[in-house]
Design a protein around this ligand. Sequence first.
Ligand code: NAD
Ligand code: TYD
Length: 340
Amino acid sequence: MKLLVTGGAGFIGSNFVLYMLKKHPDYQIVNVDALTYAGNLENLKSIENNPNHVFVKADIRDAAKMDELMGQGIDVVVNFAAESHVDRSIMEPDVFVKTNVLGTQVLLDAAQKHNISKFVQVSTDEVYGTLGDTGLFSETTPLAPNSPYSASKAGGDLLVRAYHETFGLPVNITRCSNNYGPYQFPEKLIPLMISKALADEQLPIYGDGLNIRDWLYVEDHCSAIDLVIHKGRNGEVYNIGGNNERTNLHIVKTILEQLDKSESLMTYVQDRPGHDRRYGIDPTKTMTELGWKPAHSFETGIQETIRWYLDNKEWWTRIQSGAYQDYYAKQYGTRLGDRA
Ligand code: NAD
Ligand code: TYD
């Protein structure tokens, strides 16, 4: 099987590429990533000599390039490429619409032209908006996005749906809850708090800290997408989550406790505008239809994650200093010439 993975140098995309090459060593992966600030080829160091992994630096909005790549015998497209950080979307919505909506449409056009046998759109539970104290998001919950990020993801999802309904493109949409684990960019809650705690800096908690997210270890997200590729019914949406709802305060206190740091580092700051109060996924359909089950509990997953950030301090300090962005030129510059 030959996969085109977009955004495969980001957090979940790189975990997915590593997971798939381990699980299916004979699969071929073409990994397309624009290497925005969030893309980091150092995540893929362990497979840089694997002949079944080819990295291409390109933007998913580049229609000619996507057409060329999909014309090379691609069976399955998995679209991770996105602008993904809510706070950035509040400061700069424009690039979110360009990548998450227009980029998705460019990929859909190329996939349709080349008769791709499956297009998997990796979406988010955030398209459903926010929950009150009770209830869970199911696949039929109406879309009600509240941030420019989630609105742009919902826009992408609706185009994916439309290409299925109108042109018969074989698609699936996955909507997963918050991920955590190795290689997450240290702007998101868990790696940010780990890095700040280790530096004895203040940990910024938005609002009252009682917003709830439903956390899933990234490898469990990858295993669900693998099942969707192989068993997902065309046109269907699959929600992915492991029933791990926690308040932000719980997360931050767990990190401080495991790092043996004082809770006095916690600092309440002004709330995020439009801050969704609670997310909670009902994963019943994905579990019963596809036979998916998460392998990690939150308690073991968070311990492993903290351990990974402790053991890989160089990885995130190179992000903080900007040095990670030199890696592409060093690794690929001379090999790819002007394609770099
Ligand atoms: P990320 O920001 O870590 O990675 C995104 C990747 O996409 C980066 O490597 C970046 O360089 C690349 N990219 C951005 N714009 C591009 C463009 N125009 N062309 C090509 N590549 C481009 O994001 P992530 O956390 O790994 O999320 C991956 C996907 O999963 C996103 O679609 C996101 O909406 C979805 N998702 C994320 C979470 C989460 O908790 N992180 C949860 C559910 C769903
Ligand atoms: P984040 O990791 O940005 O993911 P998302 O907003 O997509 O769920 O944030 C997770 C939660 O943590 C969210 O409720 C906002 C909160 N948060 C803070 O309290 N402080 C921070 O510095 C950050 C980045 C997030």
